[in-house]
Design a protein around this ligand. Structure first.
Ligand code: ASP
Length: 351
């Protein structure tokens, strides 16, 4: 299964270059050990984000800043209900955002969790990285910190997101995130099947032409989560990680699975051990499968009943991404910005 899907991935990557934008023409002249052009990889909602991130790196921006500039496009988009403005709210109808950034050259990172009223949490995470001795601020403290830095507060709940929440609330018996220990037993899946995950998020990994790396993940998290729930996205080593000697790794999808697998750092460590970005991501998918044991999380074939995607880029500018189930991701390199099929462990799209 994996090999077939991987072949399809390679074919589609080759085909994608036929509609590539002329980013290479704007790239700086290559020196020894430099890439032909900067590289960015992102989740499937990041096509414009990767193009902007590469453009910013061509203009000389640091990769982490380029990554944040890219994801800001999606944070500001009210029609993406998984990130920033218009993100689906928690079970109380309040939008709570998570984000983190990591900067390869300095080895520093910053993050915010369960941040309300500020539509660009990735920018607040940058401030945490540059203006504090901490890595992660959450909730009220994160909001006060954002206020201190002059971020404007606004209602992030759009009409569409409010209506989605209201509908969920009206039907919510057995659809919230509370799980009794009994549901981890024999009959757990019957209960769990009544609820379908609603996830989203953007991760963006950026490699400058000189090989410096930076990365970012930003999200409104799992829809209708318990207030205060923090997913993998703001946790360095889970939804996002980078190492300037190796590359970047990140994840989207069911955050709980990625946290338990330490996905982002696992991907980067696999590359440090010599794996290609694609193989590192496939290995992370296998790890999620191996660690998913309780029945309520498995389908009738014994496979995880949720989606997780991993994305990786190494210092040489090679990229790869893989998921449990089929889907797309975005990449921009010397061949331009394009959407590419994810390699996947299972051929069909997530249910
Ligand atoms: N990983 C995110 C979270 O669990 C959601 C997603 O990527 O769809 O918060």
């Amino acid at each position: 299964m994996v090999d077939l899907t991987r072949r399809r991935f390679l074919q589609s990557a080759a085909a994608a270059s036929t509609f590539a934008a002329p980013v290479a023409a704007r790239a700086p002249r290559s020196g020894a050990g430099w890439l032909r052009a900067p590289v960015a990889i992102a989740s499937g909602n990041g096509l414009q984000a990767v193009e902007l991130a590469v453009q910013r790196m061509i203009e000389g921006w640091r990769p982490v800043d380029a990554a944040v500039a890219g994801v800001e496009l999606v944070e500001n988009d009210p029609n993406d209900d998984s990130v920033g403005l218009g993100g689906l709210p928690n079970e109380d109808g309040v939008v709570e955002l998570d984000a983190c950034v990591m900067d390869g050259p300095s080895g520093l990172g910053g993050a915010v969790g369960a941040l309300q009223n500020i539509k660009n949490p990735a920018q607040v995470a940058l401030k945490v990285m540059r203006h504090t001795d901490h890595v992660l601020l959450v909730g009220e403290g994160a909001l006060r910190f954002a206020r201190a830095h002059g971020f404007a507060e606004e209602n992030l709940l759009t009409e569409a997101s409010r209506k989605a929440w209201l509908e969920w609330r009206e039907k919510r018996s057995a659809r919230d995130k509370w799980v009794s220990p009994d549901e981890n037993g024999e009959h757990g899946r019957e209960w769990f099947q009544k609820y379908k995950h609603k996830t989203g998020t953007i991760h963006l990994g950026a490699i400058a032409a000189n090989g410096d790396v930076g990365s970012c993940t930003t999200t409104s998290g799992l829809a209708f989560k318990i207030p205060g729930r923090v997913g993998d996205s703001p946790l360095l080593g889970c939804g996002n990680y980078c190492d300037n000697d190796v590359g970047t790794g990140g994840a989207t999808g069911r955050g709980e699975a990625c946290i338990l697998a330490n996905g982002g750092s696992f991907v980067v460590h696999q590359m440090a051990l010599g794996k290609s970005p694609l193989d590192a991501c496939l290995e992370a998918c296998r790890r999620v499968v191996r660690l998913t044991k309780v029945k309520r999380l498995l389908d009738e074939k014994g496979r995880p009943d949720f989606q997780v995607q991993f994305y990786a880029a190494n210092k040489s500018g090679e990229t790869g991404a893989a998921a449990l189930y089929a889907g797309k991701y975005a990449v921009c390199d010397a061949a331009g910005a394009r959407l590419v099929d994810l390699a996947s462990l299972y051929d069909e799209p997530p249910r």
